[in-house]
Ligand binder design. Structure first.
Ligand SMILES: Nc1ncnc2c1ncn2[C@@H]1O[C@H](COP(=O)(O)OP(=O)(O)OP(=O)(O)O)[C@@H](O)[C@H]1O
Length: 637
């Protein structure tokens, strides 16, 4: 099996392919809606043809009934023109009605796939991409694709066909008129070509800048408390203004380009009409054209003005849509570094044995000269044991917690769960078996119930079993405060749970991972935001859960170390020592130094916040030796 290593892949301009090929990538999404879109195009063409028949009726009426004074036929001709007008309006109405549904369905399908893709893409992708860029692609670019399919594409096809048919008719009346009209149109194509070159670049720039602006808004809203606390609202505003200014300048340049194009697309048809007028009058004066043909010719030229004039705008629309499509497909094309195994294996008998074997890891953006962050790390968690990881800040503890669930893939070595390489397990299966609680507890805009049962899609919300699991998990996490929320378990906890305190969010996040009932728990400093009394209660309850679950806990505090059966010390990307707290105090200078630092931090924390932290030697597991206090005292001195 080929286990792909994560490689760097930055958002970049797509390879320049033709606009038609770029837009053809939408076909798989558009296929179900194609019959209606094609019918819509035919209806649009029908409307255009109805407008083109009017000059023919006029030609017949002027040269026939009007010349001969046949009032009945004149009335019929008038009625025919009227009916053609009504038919055109009706067909346009039907086209609009018909294509709105399918184009909205395509928008829905693209957006759905886009979101699904975002969920599937590895964390390394999300590290690199700004959220505003993704948001603007998801909302603005996909909407722009819908508008194009519902309106722009059909109009462009219909208008080009109308122009071709209309020109054919001009030739029918007199070849000279056709030649003059075609000759006058040539500048339009030249201008259009130059426009595409310049406008394409601006269109891309503007859409990227819109994404940057969305990122700025998202960040400032997300970090509003920090900005307010530091009085940096003005700074955020000036940064936002600068970006908005940049976007405005690009939009102005775009508008100037479009304005220039419109100028030519308005002017050229008028010049063409003027040239044809002179030619037509000359031909009529020399009896080479009848009066009816001359009138019909002018009616036709008038009918062609809108299709020709609209080309400029439709051209700009086409290029904007091409850019939007490129931007959307950049996400679809992003490298899927964390892949599902081709032939997933299953764990027959779950024991919860997690082993890191010669694990190497480096982030994709690490420089070539940098050594691996995890540099040949070996660690084995026995089934059911609780193992705490301690290490200097930045030593890679959090990174280590992301690897078992394959948020990132190891770049060397392997991690096995019950003897099977985690890369050989189906991702859903793996993530059901290993539950993670991150240091930063993220909650979603949903009820408490939905947040806590997030990992239990096997349970129907509100069922007796779901309620039992929910209550047990809340009890372990000491999250009884939910009963005091306005709607209890059905309280919406707001965007990212910001309406709750840090400690409350952390307890719900802990309840979530407990409710998931995984074979292995991975907890990244799970009690950091709790007050000392709650922490003691959570620890006591957590011990019951940890008694028969394998757990890997990143510990920044003595009390967290106290939860563990054994402790592993991380140093230089490896495990420097493993043992019980008291063993390590005796044997590992590195551990003694880390514990001294941890205790110093805890004391400082206590002094600042009034916390009365528990000494790990008081609560350490049964392995604690009697000489521990002496050791700790030595370290302190
Ligand atoms: N997504 C990322 N992309 C690139 N580098 C990262 C990323 N996340 C962390 N790092 C880097 O990896 C190193 C280890 O970070 P990590 O968060 O794993 O350390 P830690 O031991 O958990 O630190 P702490 O104790 O402060 O929480 C740091 O140098 C950090 O800058």
């Amino acid at each position: 099996m080929n286990h792909l290593a994560a490689t760097q892949h930055t958002p970049s301009d797509p390879a320049r392919v033709s606009t038609a090929r770029a837009l053809a990538r939408l076909l798989p999404f558009a296929r179900p809606a194609l019959p209606k879109l094609i019918t819509g195009a035919f209806l649009g063409l029908g409307a255009a043809l109805a407008s083109l028949v009017v000059p023919l009726v006029l030609e017949w009426a002027v040269d026939g009934p009007i010349a001969s004074g046949d009032r009945i036929l004149i009335a019929w001709a008038t009625l025919a023109v009227l009916l053609l007008g009504v038919l055109e309006a009706l067909l346009v109405f039907m086209r609009r009605r018909l294509v709105l549904g399918p184009s909205a369905a395509i928008e829905y399908a693209v957006r759905q796939s886009f979101f699904e893709r975002l969920q599937r893409l590895p964390v390394a992708f999300h590290d690199r991409w700004q959220s505003g860029q993704l948001l603007s692609r998801m909302m603005q670019d996909i909407s722009s694709i819908r508008r194009w399919l519902a309106f722009g594409l059909i109009l462009l096809l219909v208008n080009v066909l109308t122009i071709v048919i209309g020109m054919g008719l001009l030739f029918r009346w007199h070849w000279a008129l056709g030649v003059v009209f075609v000759a006058c149109s040539i500048p339009i194509w030249a201008v259009g070509y130059r426009f595409e070159q310049r406008y394409g670049v601006l269109s891309r720039r503007s859409q990227d800048q819109t994404g940057d602006l969305a990122t700025a808004v998202e960040e400032s809203v997300h970090g509003i408390r920090v900005l307010k606390a530091f009085g940096r609202g003005g700074h955020a505003l000036s940064q936002f203004t600068r970006r908005a200014e940049t976007l405005r300048e690009t939009e102005m340049r775009k508008a100037r380009e479009v304005g220039g194009l419109w100028f030519w697309y308005e002017l050229v048809p008028i010049l063409a009409m003027g040239a044809c007028f002179i030619t037509g009058v000359w031909l009529a004066a020399h009896d080479l054209l009848s009066t009816g043909e001359l009138v019909a010719f002018f009616a036709m030229a008038a009918a062609l003005r809108w299709p020709m004039g609209s080309l400029g705008f439709l051209f700009a629309f086409l290029i904007d849509t091409r850019t939007a499509t490129d931007r959307v497909f950049e996400v679809f094309d992003a490298e899927q570094a964390v892949r599902e195994p081709e032939r997933p294996q299953t764990i027959a008998q779950a024991r919860g044995e997690l082993v890191f074997r010669d694990v190497h890891f480096r982030y994709p953006d690490a420089g070539a000269e940098e050594v691996d962050l995890l540099d040949g790390l070996d660690l084995a968690l026995r089934p059911g044991e609780t193992l705490a990881i301690v290490g200097a800040t930045g030593s890679g503890k959090t990174t280590l917690t992301t690897l078992p669930t394959r948020l990132y893939d190891v770049t060397g070595g392997a991690i096995t769960l019950d003897g099977i390489d985690v890369r050989d397990l189906a991702l859903d299966d793996l993530r059901r078996r290993i539950g993670v609680a991150f240091e930063e507890p993220i909650l979603f805009s949903a009820t408490v119930r939905e947040n806590v049962l997030l990992g239990r899609h096997d349970l129907a919300l509100g069922s007796a079993e779901a309620d039992r699991v929910l209550q047990d998990a809340l009890a372990v996490a000491q999250a009884g405060f939910v009963d005091d929320l306005p709607r209890g378990l059905d309280t919406e906890v707001g965007e990212e749970g910001l309406s709750l305190s840090g400690g409350q969010r952390q307890r719900l996040a802990l309840a979530r991972v407990v409710a998931a009932a995984p074979d292995v728990l991975v907890l990244d400093d799970p009690l950091s935001a709790l007050d000392v009394d709650t922490e003691a209660l959570v620890e006591a309850a957590l011990r019951r859960v940890l008694a028969d679950t394998t757990a890997l806990i990143v510990a920044h505090r003595p009390s967290t170390v106290a939860l563990a059966d054994r402790v592993a010390v991380m140093l230089d990307g490896r495990i420097d020592a493993v043992g019980t707290h008291s063993e390590l105090l005796r044997t590992s200078a590195q551990y003694r130094s880390l514990i001294a630092g941890i205790e110093r931090d805890a004391l400082a924390d206590t002094a600042e916040t009034g916390r009365t932290e528990t000494d790990p030697t008081d609560t350490a597991t049964a392995d604690a030796d009697t000489d521990t206090d002496t050791d700790t005292e030595e370290v302190r001195s």
